[in-house]
Design a protein around this ligand. Structure first.
Ligand SMILES: Nc1nc2c(ncn2[C@@H]2O[C@H](COP(=O)(O)OP(=O)(O)OP(=O)(O)O)[C@@H](O)[C@H]2O)c(=O)[nH]1
Ligand SMILES: [Mg+2]
Length: 223
């Protein structure tokens, strides 16, 4: 099951017919601090994890084609709760608090850590995780721990490198290879480079999301 899912996933868009999912609708659903209060409708969901400031909220806004659906900020640590966004009335993207933000107190960090861990290990409708890293930098120790942790718990994940607009084309390719190596991903699991500023990589990402959530390219009820 897991192997199959990984094969599907996250080599972006390989089996695709060239039509990626169209986002016809996106809405903010709510902010949660308590697992017991999460939506109970069992729609498939994909969570976004990564260090603070890596671009999680910006990615949601880009996919939704909305400026401020998710609060994005140059001040790290903006997202402190589990935030739900529903796309095409049929699946959720879940914005989790970023890790590795120094200004957050030890006790607060421990609380987030517990919340994220509980969410990732117990949420039955969770189909997979997008692990965001910054394309400009080596993955941090926490990125590596997160990747190992996801593998240990057999949670399907996809590594996506943000802010590709900040590098030249050749530097992008070089850094994607560097990130793959440092995260010890197999050769066929090249991370996907994206930019929420330019839109690069969004088609491929949407193809992977379509596969992982079993969504239709264009939902009939919204077309
Ligand atoms: N150039 C460029 N800047 C980006 C991109 N994505 C995000 N940013 C910027 O990076 C900063 C942080 O982005 P956010 O989306 O708020 O990051 P986050 O991961 O949600 O951060 P937390 O909520 O603090 O965990 C903002 O100033 C964004 O404008 C991108 O693709 N290109
Ligand atoms: Mg955020």
């Amino acid at each position: 099951m897991e192997a199959e899912f990984r094969a599907v996933r996250f080599a972006p868009g390989e089996d695709s017919l060239g039509v990626s999912m169209k986002i016809k609708q996106a809405e903010f659903v709510g902010v949660f601090v308590d697992m017991d209060q999460l939506p109970a409708d069992q729609l498939p969901e994909v969570a976004i994890v990564g260090r603070s400031n890596v671009g999680k909220s910006s990615l949601i806004n880009r996919l939704a084609n909305r400026k401020n659906l998710a609060k994005s900020s140059s001040t790290p640590g903006k997202t402190r709760t589990i935030n739900y966004y529903r796309f095409n009335q049929s699946w959720y993207l879940v914005d989790l608090p970023g890790y590795g933000f120094a200004k957050v107190s030890q006790s607060e960090r421990a609380r987030w850590g517990k919340m994220i861990e509980k969410y990732l290990t117990s949420r039955s409708s969770l189909r997979g995780v997008i692990l965001l890293v910054d394309i400009r930098h080596s993955p941090s120790k926490e990125d590596r721990l997160m990747k190992d942790w996801l593998e240990h718990h057999q949670i399907p994940y996809m590594v996506v490198a943000t802010k590709s607009d900040k590098l030249s084309r050749s530097a992008r390719l070089k850094n994607l290879a560097m990130i793959r190596k440092e995260l010890q991903l197999p050769i066929e699991q090249q991370p996907l480079g994206i930019s929420s500023a330019s839109g690069e990589g969004m088609e491929e990402l949407l193809q992977s999301l379509e596969e992982i959530t079993d969504s239709l390219p264009i939902p009939p009820e919204l077309s």
